[in-house]
Each structure stands twice: as C-alpha cells, then as structure tokens.
Design a binder for this molecule. Structure first.
Ligand SMILES: *[C@@H]1O[C@H](CO)[C@@H](O)[C@H](O)[C@H]1NC(C)=O
Ligand SMILES: *[C@@H]1O[C@H](CO)[C@@H](O)[C@H](O)[C@H]1NC(C)=O
Ligand SMILES: *[C@@H]1O[C@H](CO)[C@@H](O)[C@H](O)[C@H]1NC(C)=O
Ligand SMILES: *[C@@H]1O[C@H](CO)[C@@H](O)[C@H](O)[C@H]1NC(C)=O
Ligand SMILES: *[C@@H]1O[C@H](CO)[C@@H](O)[C@H](O)[C@H]1NC(C)=O
Length: 433
C-alpha cells in the first residue's frame, strides 16, 4: 500500500504541475492583455490650459500669458485652439494674448513623435475680462454756469483706492492730479471734460468717464420783485430775488438805491448807486421790511453770488416801493389833475421842493423800465415843470420826484389811452371835456 500511495501522488503531482502551468499561462495572457488594454487607455496624458500671468481677475488691456500644461513625458509640441478653431501660428508651450480682443475659450493639445503621440485636448479655459472700475465727473454748482464763474469738477471712481486722477480737456491730457479740479474764470468756449484713474496695483486704471460738457450762458441777471409795491402804513413788504433758470448755490443780497455818486457801487447805467441792506447775503430768496415805514419808500435792487472767489450776477433792474401817505419835503403835481389821460394831449408834471433844490430829478417807471429826467427823453422842462406836449400810450406809468439827497416824493399813476371813437355818447362827452 505504501508504494501505491506514492505512485498515486506522483501522478497527481505531475498533473498538478501541468494544470498550474496552463493556469499560469492563461493568467499571464489575461494579465498581459489587461496591461496592453489598460496601457492603451491610460497612455494619453491630460493637457490643461493655465494662466501664467497676470493674476486673475483680468482686465481690458491686459497681456495674458497662457501655458499648455502636460505633466507627463517631454518633447511636446503644442496645438492651440480658440473657440473650437485652430490657431495655426501658435505652437509653443506658452502663448500671449491681449484683452479684450482675444477673450474666448482656449484649449490646447500636445503632439510628439514617440509613443504616446498625443495628449488629450484640454478642457476649455474661459478667458474673459472683468469690467474696469467706472469713473464719473460731476460739476458743482449744478445747472447753468456763467462766464467768469469758478467751478469745481469732481472725479468719482467706483472701487479701489490710491488712484492718481488724470484729467482730459477736449481729449487732451492735462497734468495728473487730485480728484477735484477747479476751473477759475470759465470762458465762453465749450469744453468737454473726462477723468480717469491710474494706479500701480491691478487694476492699473479705471475706465475713462463719459465727457462732461461745460458751457456757459450769458451774463446772469437777478430779478427782483417787491410785494406789495404800494404800501399802506403798517404793511410788511417782501423783496424777492431770483436768478432765472434753475441753478443752485446762490446767496442773495439786497440793496437800496441812493443818488449816483462816482466811486460807490453803482448800477451799470449809473442811474443809481447802491447801499447794502444786508451783509454778504443769505441763501433765503426773500427779505422782509416789517413793517415798512415811509422812509423805506424808494428803489431797491438785488443780486446773487456764489463760489469762491465769489461770482456775482449783475444787479437786478431797480424796483420801487411807494408809500400811499408819504409826507416828504418833495412832492409831485400833475396837470390836468387826474390819473386817466388820452393820447395826443398835453400833460405837465411839477416837482415841488421845500429847501435845497440842488440835484432834484423827475423819474418815471413805465413798461420799458425806469427813466430819469424829462428833457430830452420824454418832454421839455421849464423850471421844475416837465411838459409832455403830445401824450402817447407809452407815457403810462408811475411818476415821482427825487431830491438831490435821495428823498422820494409821492408817486402818481398815469394811464394814457387811445381815444375810442366807438364810445357811447356819455363816455365820449366825458373823454372830450
Ligand atoms: C469649448 O468652447 C467652445 C466655444 O464656446 C465650444 O463650442 C465647445 O463646445 C467647448 N468645448 C468643450 C469641450 O466644452
Ligand atoms: C388834485 O386832485 C386831488 C384829489 O382829487 C386833490 O386832493 C389835489 O388838491 C389836487 N391838486 C391840485 C394841484 O389841484
Ligand atoms: C444841497 O444838496 C446837494 C446835494 O445833495 C449838496 O451837495 C449841497 O451841499 C446842498 N446845499 C445846501 C445848501 O445844503
Ligand atoms: C397804481 O397802479 C397800481 C397797479 O394798477 C395799483 O396797484 C396802485 O394802487 C396804484 N396806485 C395808486 C396810488 O393809485
Ligand atoms: C371801444 O369801445 C367799445 C365799446 O365800449 C369796445 O367794445 C371796444 O373794445 C373798444 N375798443 C378799444 C380799442 O378799446
């Protein structure tokens, strides 16, 4: 039995040996096949597009260096694609593009002569620009600007700090400076202003602002109104000053007219000099005489100013305040003694002065404004009487006398109308009397 046992195990051993050899062979074939199979699917290296410089975010104007990155193998030549299209001239590992024109989707692929002969095409790398910070210019004061005025431009940039501000006037670069720019003495020429920020850190510039047009309007004039113009004792009277068109930042000053004297601040036509009622002025548009007394009778003007140095409007046309019961050393008489008159008739006005009669004058305020004197403007003068030989509707208005020291007489309203030939008999009789 011992031999028998041995011979059986020998046969089994031989069989086992062959069996193992066959198994090993098959395993070897399977492993080899697997290796060949896996080797084929794993040998294509992966490529990717990377930004070398600058650091993101990317801005308009940037030169961007892209690199095709393939971690395995060497001796690659590179193929670049933008938006699915081949870039035939780009064959190196890095490529430089300029924004914003070259923004797009970038891909690359490696090629070589040895195995593996290529890499995968990389995934898209999107190269896009981030908007530069915006700049905007504003001007103060707002609204209409006037020749000779001093204004301040302000540049505002939405983000970041440490800007140096570049100003452009009519597309021409001015010297770089601060965020505000003062223009002294505006000229009549229209100018376009723009600003832009520059700095050393990224983003190195802002967008250029849209242009701000600076143009001036004619010399401004203040307009004064007085309410009421005919005052009763105890009335309070309001002087209202206005600069035409909407513009801001004014301070208003009021003045009383006095007889003209060279050297004093005066109206342009030298009809009066002026004395201030208030100091430098207030932002309030109105000034109140409360209550107005008989000595407040007279002429008033106003003007407005703003800025530093202060720019002043012209003085307004004078407006007058008349008291109904004025007791004065000067008075006016009218002949014929009535307020309603008809055209082509004679009319005379006499100034009565008690005391010093030097420098007196007869004044009138008509549709065309204030006029002084009588001869040769609207009548002829004899002594202190002014005669209008043939009246006209334009002679309608308020008449008064002023003494040389600036005292006002009573004032008379005169209306001169055309004779209406279709008047009823009764009106006709009264008109011709
Ligand atoms: C890459 O981007 C282009 C352009 O937008 C597009 O047509 C293409 O399908 C993208 N390819 C991949 C793989 O996403
Ligand atoms: C003019 O008329 C007024 C009122 O009608 C009268 O008070 C005044 O005395 C008259 N003046 C003259 C000079 O007649
Ligand atoms: C009369 O008034 C004028 C002007 O107001 C003045 O210059 C002159 O000295 C005065 N004369 C007298 C006598 O008061
Ligand atoms: C003069 O005319 C104005 C406007 O018509 C009027 O308000 C005023 O009371 C008149 N003055 C006199 C003294 O009649
Ligand atoms: C003249 O008087 C008539 C009647 O009173 C009136 O209808 C007409 O409008 C007047 N004409 C003028 C120019 O005032």
């Amino acid at each position: 039995t011992k031999v028998n046992y041995y011979s059986i195990t020998t046969i089994q051993c031989i069989l086992l040996y062959y069996y193992c050899a066959v198994i090993t062979f098959f395993v070897f074939v399977v492993v080899l096949n697997t290796l060949i199979y896996c080797g084929h699917s794993q040998d294509l290296p992966r490529a990717s597009v990377k930004i070398v410089s600058p650091q993101e975010p990317l801005y308009t104007g940037d030169r961007v260096t892209l690199q095709c990155y393939i971690p395995e193998y060497t001796d690659w030549t590179y193929v670049w694609y933008k938006d699915n299209g081949l870039l035939p001239s780009e064959t190196s590992k890095t490529t430089t593009i300029i924004l914003p024109n070259n923004a797009g989707q970038y891909q690359c692929q490696g090629k070589r002569t040895d195995q593996p002969q290529s890499s995968y095409i990389s995934p898209n790398h999107s190269i896009s620009t981030t908007a530069l910070p915006t700049a905007s210019v504003s001007v103060s004061p707002h609204g209409l600007l006037y020749s000779g005025e001093t204004v301040t431009l302000q540049c505002d940039i939405s983000d970041y700090t440490d800007w140096t501000f570049w100003w452009y006037r009519n597309e021409q670069l001015q010297s770089p400076g601060s965020p505000s720019k003062t223009i002294t003495t505006l000229s009549d020429q229209v100018s376009q202003y723009q600003c832009q920020g520059r700095r050393t850190d990224r983003p190195q510039s802002s967008q250029r602002s849209v242009s701000l047009k600076i143009s001036v309007t004619d010399q401004s004039k203040a307009v004064l109104s007085i309410s009421p113009q005919w005052m009763n004792p105890g009335d309070s009277v309001t002087l209202n000053c206005e600069v035409k068109e909407s513009s801001t930042g004014w301070r208003f000053s009021w003045y009383k007219t006095v007889p003209y004297r060279a050297g004093l601040p005066s109206l342009l036509d030298k009809s009066y000099s002026v004395e201030p009622l208030s100091g430098y002025g207030t932002t309030e548009e109105s000034y109140t005489l409360s209550p107005a007394g008989p000595t407040d009778t007279g002429g008033y003007v106003c003007r407005a100013g703003r800025g530093d140095p202060v720019y002043y409007t012209d003085y307004s046309e004078p407006q007058f305040l008349w008291s109904r019961d004025l007791q004065s050393s000067v008075s006016v008489r009218i002949s014929p003694n009535r307020t309603q008159h008809f055209t082509s008739k004679s009319l005379s006005l006499t100034c009565d002065l008690k005391g010093n009669s030097t420098g007196w004058r007869l004044m009138r305020y008509t549709e065309t404004g204030v006029e002084s004197g009588c001869s040769p403007n609207w009548g002829s003068i004899t002594g202190s009487t002014c005669t209008i030989t043939s009246t006209d509707t334009g002679d309608s208005g308020v008449y008064w006398c002023e003494s040389g020291s600036g005292q006002y007489s009573n004032a008379v309203n005169i209306t001169v109308s055309e004779i209406n030939h279709t008047l009823t008999p009764r009106q006709s009789w009264s008109a011709h009397q």
